[in-house]
Design a protein around this ligand. Sequence first.
Ligand code: PEP
Length: 243
Amino acid sequence: MSQKWVIGNWKMNGDLSSNITLLSAITHASGTAKMAVCVPYPYLAQAQVALQGSAVLLAAQDVSQFDKGAYTGEVSASMLKEFGVTMVLVGHSERRSLFGETDDIVAAKAASAIKAGLTPVVCVGETLAERDSGQAKEVVLRQFKAVSDYIGVEGLNQCVLAYEPVWAIGTGLTATPEQAQEVHAWLREAATQAGAVDISILYGGSVKAVNAAEIFGQADVDGGLIGGASLVAEEFTAIYQAI
Ligand code: PEP
C-alpha cells in the first residue's frame, strides 16, 4: 500500500503574521494521511518553529540542482535540510513554464534532493494543447522517464510523484476522477516497470474540499498536492480529512 499524502503548496503567498495563524490551524488537523506544507524560502525558519512537535512536515517549493558555489539566487538541498525541510517539489509546471526548467534540470534537481536526504515530489503534467492533441500519455511519461532514468530505481523509491495537469492548476478546472485515474495508472505502470515499489502518486489541480473525496477515492490516487486551497485553513483541513 502506498503512503497517502496531502501536501500544500503555498506558492509565492504568505506573510509573517498570516503564516502563524495558518500553520497553527493545520497542525491541529487530525487524520490518517501524512501532511506537508511547501512554504516560500524566507518563511522556512518560521515554519520550522511553528511545526515543531507536530506531525506536519516542512517542505520547500524548489531546490537547486547544484550543491554549492557561484549560483546567485539558488538554494541548495543541504541548506533546506538545515531548516528541517524533509520534502521538496521539483518540476512544478510553473517552474517548467515560467522559469525554463527542462526535463534534464528537473531530473538533476530530484537527484540533488535525494543526495541530501530529501524526498523529491516530482511533478508531471500535460498542457491543454497536449491533451487535446492526444499527447497526454507521451508527455507525462516522457517527464517521468527523464527523472527515473537519471536517478534509477533506488532514487525513484525515495520520490513521491504528483500528476498535475497544467490546464487544471489554479484554473478552477479539475480533471475528472476518471481522467486522473487514467494518468495515475499510466504512471503507476511506468514506475512499477522501472522497479519502484509502492510509490505514492498524488493528484494536483484545483482540488477543493468539495471534490477531494471523489478524486482521492480513485484506485491509483494516493492523495493531493494542493495549491490555492492550502492557503485557507478550513479548506485545507477538510481536504486532508477527505482522504
Ligand atoms: C499547485 O500549485 O500545485 C496546484 C495544484 O495549484 P491549485 O490547487 O491552486 O490548482
